[in-house]
Design a protein. Structure first.
Length: 349
């Protein structure tokens, strides 16, 4: 059953994810700056900025201020990314309507099945929360009363509040990517046919995988700013680097698992058919029957080679290049952050 168009859930799924993310981050940023004003933190920030506004410092108000800003940006981005993954899955179903040979009502029902379960969100959220509670113990300097609110500076309050929230949403995002990707993979079983020589109708699967990978790498680009601009994030940074490769690669290939199996099955059936025709023509040639037309065996052999060369993964060269370029996005964003740091420090000096 489809959602009621006037229900809050349906209205949320029709919102622009990136407008939502920008709005949330903008509101949080204004609130944070007002918070700093209320606690009269600007004079202290100005004094510390004289030593280098973006310099890597092991502790202090500037370091805490920058980390809070990153948390603000991550909060808005993760909300937008979560919504974008679900919307992308539903949009992919619509793009596959011809390949699925479904009516408008059937495709609408399939699109409505692209959703996140409460149990999955709960499990992913708990994992994210546990990670958030453990992470501060691996980022020096570790305060003695880490979770005692009385020991928190105004900036650290935002770390301790937004940190667990963003970690929960990271768990939700990874769960959403896996859940929606598996749903896309299962859709391949409903394809009416797979034409090995015309795989363009299957491109929505590839686009979904590329979109998932881009969304994951976008989060890594923001979260990684703490790694490259702040001291003490060496171990989390190493973990982040490994996760980049594993999660982004998984985000790309998970939606393609089902269609890969269909292509493999279609190749097996087509190769079996052409092998049977080749055997028949070989017998015809040996017996010298009248219908042994010249060139037929050569044509069958060439066709067999053509079918055998079809990749089981529906990834064109351009798709592979795009994914490689996506992997550069975090590196480029971190390099830009380093350049901005040098420019601002030189300007202040």
């Amino acid at each position: 059953m489809s959602d009621n168009p006037s229900s809050p859930r349906s209205r949320l799924l029709r919102m622009s994810p990136w407008k939502l993310g920008l709005t949330i981050s903008g509101m949080l940023l204004v609130a944070f700056l007002a918070w700093e004003t209320i606690f009269d933190r600007w004079p202290e920030l100005g004094r510390r900025a004289a030593d280098g506004a973006l310099s890597r410092q092991p502790e202090g108000v500037l370091r805490d201020f920058r980390i809070a800003i990153v948390h603000v940006l991550m909060t808005g981005y993760l909300l937008a990314a979560l919504l974008a993954v679900v919307q992308g899955g539903r949009r992919t179903v619509g793009e596959l309507q011809d390949a699925l040979a479904c009516t408008d009502e059937e495709c609408a029902a399939l699109a409505d099945s692209v959703r996140l379960t409460a149990r999955g969100l709960l499990g992913a959220g708990v994992v994210g929360l546990l990670f958030a509670l453990a992470l501060p113990y691996f980022v020096p300097p570790v305060p003695e009363d880490l979770w005692n609110p009385r020991s928190w500076s105004p900036e650290v309050v935002w770390h301790r509040v937004l940190g667990p929230i963003t970690a929960i949403m990271v768990g939700w995002l990874f769960y959403a990517v896996v859940s929606v990707s598996r749903r896309m993979s299962r859709l391949a079983a409903g394809l009416s046919t797979v034409d090995l020589l015309e795989l363009r109708p299957l491109r929505p699967f590839t686009r979904q995988g590329l979109t998932n990978a881009l969304i994951v790498l976008g989060f890594v680009s923001i979260a990684g700013l703490m790694v490259v601009t702040e001291v003490g994030f060496g171990s989390p940074g190493l973990l982040l680097g490994v996760a980049v490769v594993l999660v982004s690669g998984s985000a790309l290939v998970l939606p393609l698992g089902g269609i890969r199996a269909r292509i493999r099955q279609a190749k097996s059936e087509e190769l079996a058919w052409v092998d049977a025709r080749i055997l028949e023509r070989r017998v015809t040639l040996k017996t010298g029957e009248a219908d042994a037309r010249p060139g037929t065996l050569a044509d069958l052999t060439a066709y067999r080679r053509l079918v055998g060369d079809v990749s089981e993964w529906p990834l064109s060269t351009s798709s592979r290049v795009r994914f490689a370029l996506y992997l550069l996005i975090p590196l480029l964003s971190w390099a830009a952050a380093a350049l901005v740091e040098r420019f601002v420090n030189a300007l202040i000096s």
